[in-house]
Write a protein that binds this ligand. Structure first.
Ligand code: TYM
Length: 345
């Protein structure tokens, strides 16, 4: 899975989060926390609030604006430093949409029809889904490739989309006899690549789940976090002596994974610590850990949201820096494809 991209490309990380609804613990552990770690490792990091992806299903305009700023506040509060990472919202850099059009002409209908996320989201109503929802993975490929990004940290649910981005890069390179686009490596690592619903351990924790009890939101305060963990579905058995004893106990496994990811330890370490204890002991320990890690982020988000103009300024500055990287790559793509660029700016 983790093929090394061609040697001529230096390591550059890109990833994105949709600003529809709020950020969840799944987004935090599967993505955001790892974005911060990559930044702190000193790698070049570009992070994007993918508002053009969000509008593939209808969004209330005022709520979208609010959610985009709130997600940006979440990134900043979690530790993204706009001096070290580029942070912006997708629609401010038009190169994404422009490259996506070219990729619409590279990707095949059959490839997109196989995307499980489209099938899940459109369900039985595929005929009524927007064309944007269908073509969504092409825009995602453009997000990454317009920066020649080589590594993309994501949760497990984005794996198929990243495979499609690889297929698009390979087909483009093949069709035009070039090695212009890197073949990206998905980075799906850590104890929480798939955080599950607190109400049903077989379902992904998701901002679109109708039950707010199913997820922890980064906007939840300490009381809400503790209450949701206390009420999380579990089974009557104590925690086992070894990790494989969690086989078939999806809810228990999920809480162990969440603990591990929040504490930066392995799931084995969690089991070593809590073996033989029931949820009466484990849940309060998890609640305390979660509040300890998430409450400061929550407080900082609230503070940042008091100054939306400052958030917009950070996003605008990030967009200008992103644009400076993307423009020449888009221009070269146009040349490769045979599109004339003769207009003086
Ligand atoms: P989105 O907005 O659904 O989720 C953002 C990131 O959070 C991860 N994630 C999870 N990880 C673990 N457990 C969960 N329950 C969970 N829920 C969400 C996702 O895997 C993702 O990493 N299409 C993307 C956004 C996107 C993108 C991109 C990502 C657009 N362009 C380019 C990477 C590169 C999406 O909808 O993610």
């Amino acid at each position: 899975m983790n093929d090394t991209p061609a040697a001529q490309f230096s390591k550059r990380i890109f990833s994105g989060i949709q600003p529809s609804g709020g950020l969840t613990l799944g987004n935090y552990l599967g993505a955001l926390k790892r974005f911060v770690a990559a930044q702190d490792d000193g790698v070049e990091t570009i992070y994007c609030l993918v508002d053009l992806h969000a509008i593939t299903v209808w969004q209330d305009p005022a709520k979208l604006r609010h959610a985009t700023r709130e997600a940006a506040a979440g990134f900043l509060a979690a530790g993204i430093d706009p001096a070290r990472s580029i942070l912006f919202n997708q629609s401010q850099v038009s190169a994404h949409a422009e490259l996506a059009w070219i990729f619409n002409c590279v990707a095949r209908m059959g490839w997109l029809r196989r995307m499980t996320q489209f099938k899940d989201k459109a369900g039985k109503h595929a005929e009524e889904a927007s064309v944007g929802l269908f073509a969504y993975p092409n825009l995602m490929a453009a997000d990454i490739l317009v920066y020649h990004a080589t590594h993309v940290p994501v949760g497990e649910d984005q794996k198929q989309h990243l495979e499609l981005a690889r297929d698009i890069a390979i087909k483009f390179n093949h069709d035009f006899g070039t090695e212009f686009f890197p073949v990206v490596a998905p980075v799906i690592e850590g104890a929480a690549t798939r955080v599950m619903s607190l109400r049903d351990g077989t379902k992904k924790m998701s901002k679109s789940d109708p039950s707010d009890q199913s997820r922890i939101n980064l906007t939840d305060d300490a009381d809400a976090i503790a209450q949701k963990i206390r009420k999380a579905r579990t089974d009557p058995e104590p925690l086992p002596e070894a990790l494989d004893g969690l086989e078939g106990r999806a809810e228990a496994r999920n809480l162990v994974n969440i603990y591990a990811a929040l504490a930066d330890i392995s799931a084995d370490d969690v089991i070593a610590q809590f073996a033989g204890q029931g949820f009466g002991a484990f849940k309060p320990a998890l609640a305390e850990l979660a509040v300890d890690k998430l409450a400061p982020i929550n407080a900082e988000m609230r503070r940042l949201m008091r100054d939306p103009a400052e958030i917009d300024r950070i996003l605008g500055e990030g967009a200008a820096r992103a644009d400076a990287i993307a423009r020449p790559i888009l221009a070269r793509t146009h040349e490769i494809v045979g599109l004339i660029r003769s207009r003086t700016p």
